[in-house]
Design a protein around this ligand. Structure first.
Ligand SMILES: Cc1cc2nc3c(=O)[nH]c(=O)nc-3n(C[C@H](O)[C@H](O)[C@H](O)COP(=O)(O)O)c2cc1C
Length: 217
């Protein structure tokens, strides 16, 4: 049983998204899975090229993206995975561009153009979706982010069978808030992180475990 996690942040060490993903994978390992973390920014790939090879009636295989780049072997791994988890920072109210490019390539081959409710992915695969962001929960609601998260969650659920959402708000962006532009006084973010980030990570860990145990909604 293997669980793949995809980091949609360029920051790979100790930062918010990757830390949440590492906790989710720890939860999966504690439940008996083998895990792998894949950093999307380290791969050379593009979004869907609209070639429609995956929609041709004479295609040899269903659900395969014809575009040959670094993502090809990764997408093959997804076909064999027990569960996948995707983590992304919020950039301008949405997933990072790299994450969106990945989502296009991941999902489009499995989208059944004849019957949107009947995915070409051959089985139920639980998925997890994680967002980290600068804004607070209250600001997130005012800005309407929930509808963006729900749209992406819903696509993943329709294509792979189910998708759970975990969110971390008010994340730390800089190590030293004295050195960069910010609307926060020096220790405000650090205090929030100290109080809440551990519980965000714990929710990620619990989700990782649920994805393995088949308890994921
Ligand atoms: C280009 C860019 C755009 C961003 N846009 C938003 C945004 O629209 N809303 C928000 O809450 N945070 C925004 N942020 C902050 C990040 O989402 C937040 O710091 C996130 O936790 C970073 O994740 P990381 O530490 O894993 O890289 C933005 C950051 C960058 C660099």
């Amino acid at each position: 049983m293997n669980v793949l996690a995809f980091n949609g942040s360029a920051r790979r060490k100790n930062w918010n998204t990757v830390t949440m993903l590492e906790h989710a994978l720890e939860g999966a390992r504690e439940s008996g899975a083998e895990t792998e973390l894949i950093n999307l920014y380290q791969l050379d790939f593009k979004g869907c090229s609209s070639c429609f090879a995956c929609k041709r009636l004479d295609r040899k295989k269903t659900g395969v993206c014809a575009f040959k780049d670094d993502l090809q072997p990764i997408l093959e791994k997804v076909r064999e995975a027990h569960a996948i988890i995707l983590g992304t920072p919020v950039y301008f109210g949405s997933e990072t561009a790299t994450t969106r490019a990945f989502l296009e390539r991941l999902q489009f081959p499995y989208l059944n153009y004849k019957d949107y409710n009947n995915s070409h992915f051959p089985r139920h695969m639980p998925t997890g979706l994680m967002y980290t962001m600068n804004v607070t929960e209250e600001q997130q609601t005012v800005l309407g982010y929930e509808s963006v998260f729900e749209r992406t969650r819903n696509y993943l659920a329709r294509i792979f069978g189910s998708c759970e959402l975990v969110i971390a708000n008010n994340t730390t962006q800089y190590t030293d808030y004295d050195k960069f532009e910010a609307a926060y006084e020096k220790n405000e973010k650090a205090r929030y992180r100290e109080a809440f980030f551990a519980s965000d990570c714990q929710r990620a860990r619990e989700m990782g475990a649920r994805l393995v145990c088949g308890e994921s909604a």
